[in-house]
Design a protein around this ligand. Structure first.
Ligand SMILES: Nc1ncnc2c1ncn2[C@@H]1O[C@H](COP(=O)(O)OP(=O)(O)OP(=O)(O)O)[C@@H](O)[C@H]1O
Ligand SMILES: Cc1ncc(C[n+]2csc(CCOP(=O)(O)O)c2C)c(N)n1
Ligand SMILES: [Mg+2]
Length: 311
């Protein structure tokens, strides 16, 4: 079995240029350019029955979330498109991609197209280039004592995916969040001006927080009770410990996790009016994650988030 973690270890010996940031960041940084590439695949990141326009939207949004996490402004995109002989699907997919590009000021400037053999699942890729006019916080800059803040909520997408698993005709806010995530570009720009470290939460808060803390040479202490849940999530799953652990490990959140120096009040930054910013914990000396709630220490779940692996 090969895991994403194993492969990244091998890639690190190849990607030695400083722009690669040791492959320990959400994006590469080349001068004032921030570069990222994310792939989405049928059955892995989206469901075969998802509306194709939502798949196009999601492809742009997941990439833009990495640009948001580095405080950059979208500059251009390159699309890797696979055709499967269903022109209607492909047209609607492109309409959804175009809508996201339009919404976030992301010009599509090139790419590549191939046809797939019959029956092969679709795999779609996007490279997004952003431009930074200031600091580009890495995952690795956190210091013990930094406060951990989360922009956005967690758990909605994972709850939406479960609803669709139970009934493919499910609708509502949670399903919409799974299909059409919103990249927090304005919040990312504001937080980047003060953050010592930042990343987007795509694989699950606990796993991504362990990554940020590990890259920063720190441990992290998280308050499960503080995790921001949407009202739609709470209406569906409640806000007890099991629901909170589900939200903290589900992934697909595209929230932003920032480590801010202890003395910095994030509400003094130029955050957008609709930003939902929550203090969720602290970076600590040492290593590893510690979880607590009002009852005391909470054992870490076996699975902290999503990791790609072959079986
Ligand atoms: N196949 C690859 N070749 C070169 N670099 C890679 C490859 N896969 C991942 N990386 C690099 O490894 C680092 C971590 O990638 P990862 O995909 O975990 O981050 P991410 O894109 O922020 O997360 P997510 O994919 O969950 O949104 C990044 O610097 C990324 O560019
Ligand atoms: C059909 C279906 N099954 C499972 C999931 C959950 N999921 C897949 S990849 C991923 C992490 C982000 O991906 P990456 O690390 O590749 O950016 C998550 C949470 C989903 N979205 N759709
Ligand atoms: Mg990635």
């Amino acid at each position: 079995m090969t895991t994403e973690f194993d492969l990244l270890q091998q890639l690190r010996s190849i990607a030695t240029d400083p722009a690669a940031r040791g492959l320990l960041d959400d994006a590469a940084v080349l001068g004032d350019l921030v570069l990222t590439h994310d792939t989405i695949a049928e059955g892995v990141h989206y469901l075969p029955d998802d509306p194709p326009a939502s798949v196009g939207w999601k492809l742009a949004a997941v990439n833009l979330s990495d640009i948001a996490a580095k405080g950059a402004v979208p500059a251009a995109a390159l699309l890797s498109l696979t055709l499967r002989g269903d022109g209607e699907w492909e047209q609607a997919f492109l309409d959804g991609l175009a809508a996201a590009c339009e919404s976030y000021g992301l010009p599509l400037i090139g790419g590549d197209t191939i046809a797939l053999p019959a029956g092969a699942p679709r795999v779609l890729g996007l490279t997004v280039v952003g431009r930074s006019d200031g600091r580009v916080p890495a995952r690795s800059g956190g210091q013990p004592g930094d406060a951990l803040w989360l922009a956005g909520t967690i758990g909605d997408s994972a709850a939406g995916l479960q609803l669709l698993g139970a009934d493919p005709r499910s609708t509502g806010v949670l399903v919409d969040t799974y299909r059409r995530p919103v990249p927090l570009l304005a919040a990312g720009r504001a937080l980047a001006t003060g953050a010592s470290a930042m990343m987007d939460v795509s694989d699950g808060l606990l796993l991504d927080c362990a990554r940020l803390a590990g890259a920063s040479g720190c441990g992290a202490d998280l308050d499960l009770d503080a995790l921001p849940l949407s009202s739609a999530f709470v209406a569906e799953r409640g806000a007890g410990r099991a629901a909170r652990l589900f939200a903290a490990t589900g992934g697909d959140d595209y929230a932003l996790l920032a480590a801010l120096p202890a003395g910095l009040d994030p509400f003094t930054l130029s955050l957008p009016a609709d930003a939902r910013l929550t203090r969720i914990g602290t970076l600590a000396p040492g290593s590893g994650l510690a979880l607590h709630d009002s009852g005391g220490a909470v054992p870490l779940p076996e699975r902290l988030g999503h990791e790609h692996r072959t079986s």
